[in-house]
Write a protein of this length. Structure first.
Length: 470
């Protein structure tokens, strides 16, 4: 007779090497079957033996042998189908291994929830038909225990799936990150991602929310909380306050479970809404592009009457309307002409001169803000006048902007009042002396912004005045 282990020892060996059972459960879930073929089971056992020390291999062979598992009632049944033996494990054993690995938790689908709800309705109906409520009556005791067992199973089932559902946030983040790194066809990947998340939402989240909704009305009978409230009322009216209190605690626990599921549902709905919107926009842009491409190809023929694309495309694609009314984006280009290089070097030289000048001057005194006294403002203005009298300038098409960038870096608490002071002073000097440079004011208006303030001004050009002898 071959050597066998008892149930305790066999279970211990199985959990010491759980990879075999984990692989079998994943295989059964993938094939949507309640059994594992003996050939597949042996193949996974051999894989485990290869990574197991030699001194432990014989122990594994005995524990995982089909006859030993069947004798220990770990395997519920062994059936032969087309020459292949099918192993059906006990539900309790499968549930224990599922409990040890979150990825093996079964989806809480609508059919499973309805099955539990039907069982609870059946218990409640038997409770209504019970004539005697006496602890000495076996019928009463069995029905009460069955009711509490049904509620405990529902609560445990929901609680077990909470952890796996809460990990869905990380799954959504991983999907989004993977989509951003997708090198292939992004639109196809996004469509697959949308379908996958939609399946999870429809199959797992939505049924659970409906199951835990106190206000929902079902066509086939009362909802979960309606049944629970009826059972509490029955127990209170029949003199069973302790049992009624136990049922009430189950009701409170089930209400609390719905909160994290609601949060997850809101996040998944936002994810689906944004993804669906992106797909619709992408499809609209692609369809418009194909129409535009087709219209453009028609202009490439030798037919001179089709030199221009038809205007119908712009009218059909509403997002293209009004594009001509928008200013073309301005780019900052570095010139290669001699005059551009000279102006660039002149600007750098003037900025360096300003830096040396401000280092030699005394610190600026006075305040430019309106709340400063008149004496302080006069000190500030005198300092600006002294600085301007030693500064060199060049021709420019925007005198205001040039002055702003020339004096702003060197003044503490700089404000537009300092800029206005400098402009008024120089304007007066150029009009008075009429030598060197002159300011030409145009009717064009520009805006300059500094901090939270904006200043709208008339554009002024600074031009060099040529002498009479030239």
């Amino acid at each position: 007779m071959s050597k066998k282990f008892n149930t305790h020892t066999t279970i211990k060996v199985l959990f010491d090497h759980p990879a075999v059972m984990f692989d079998c459960i994943e295989q059964m879930d993938a094939q949507a079957e309640i059994f594992i073929r003996e050939s597949q089971f042996i193949s996974r056992l051999k894989r485990q033996l290869k990574i197991t020390p030699k001194e432990q291999q014989q122990r594994l062979r005995i524990a995982f042998k089909t006859e030993n598992l069947f004798q220990c009632q770990i395997i519920a049944d062994v059936s032969s189908v087309n020459g292949d033996r099918h192993l059906i494990f006990q539900d309790e054993v499968i549930s224990l291994f599922r409990l040890c690995k979150a990825s093996l938790h079964q989806e809480l689908t609508d059919s499973r929830l309805r099955s539990h709800l039907e069982s609870l309705r059946s218990v409640k109906q038997r409770l209504d038909e019970l004539a005697v409520f006496d602890e000495q009556d076996f019928n009463h005791t069995e029905i009460k225990d069955d009711l509490l067992k049904q509620l405990s199973d529902i609560y445990g089932l929901l609680r077990k799936n909470i952890s796996s559902m809460e990990k869905m946030n990380q799954e959504l983040e991983d999907m989004t990150a993977q989509a951003s790194r997708q090198q292939g066809d992004f639109s196809d990947y996004r469509q697959q991602m949308f379908e996958r998340v939609s399946h999870i939402y429809e199959r797992r989240i939505k049924p659970t929310l409906s199951f835990l909704n106190e206000t929902i009305r079902l066509n086939d009978g009362a909802n979960l909380f309606s049944i629970i409230n009826d059972c509490i009322t029955i127990m209170d009216s029949r003199g069973q306050p302790d049992t009624a209190h136990q049922i009430f605690l189950f009701s409170m626990s089930l209400t609390n479970i719905s909160k994290p599921i609601n949060r997850l549902s809101n996040e998944v709905e936002r994810f689906l809404k944004k993804t669906r919107q992106g797909i619709l926009e992408s499809n609209a842009m692609e369809a418009a592009y194909q129409d535009l491409l087709k219209s453009h190809q028609q202009t490439q023929t030798e037919n001179m009457t089709r030199k221009y694309m038809e205007k119908g495309w712009a009218k059909q694609t509403k997002f293209a309307m009004g594009l001509k009314q928008q200013n073309r984006p301005k780019t900052y280009r570095l010139g290669h002409s001699a005059s551009y290089i000279d102006n660039f070097h002149n600007e750098v030289t003037l900025r360096l001169d300003d830096l040396r000048l401000f280092k030699l001057m005394l610190p600026v005194q006075g305040k430019s803000k309106k709340e400063g006294s008149s004496k302080q403002r006069m000190l500030r203005a005198d300092t600006i006048y002294a600085l301007l009298s030693n500064m060199r300038f060049r021709e420019t098409n925007d005198f205001t902007v040039m002055m702003h960038y020339r004096i702003e870096p060197y003044f503490d608490d700089y404000q537009f009042t300092d800029l206005l002071t400098a402009i008024f002073h120089l304007s007066y000097q150029y009009k008075k002396d009429k030598t060197g440079f002159k300011l030409i004011t145009t009717n064009k208006r520009q805006q300059i912004q500094y901090g939270d303030e904006a200043y709208i001004y008339r554009l002024q050009r600074l031009e060099l005045v040529e002498s009479d002898g030239e």
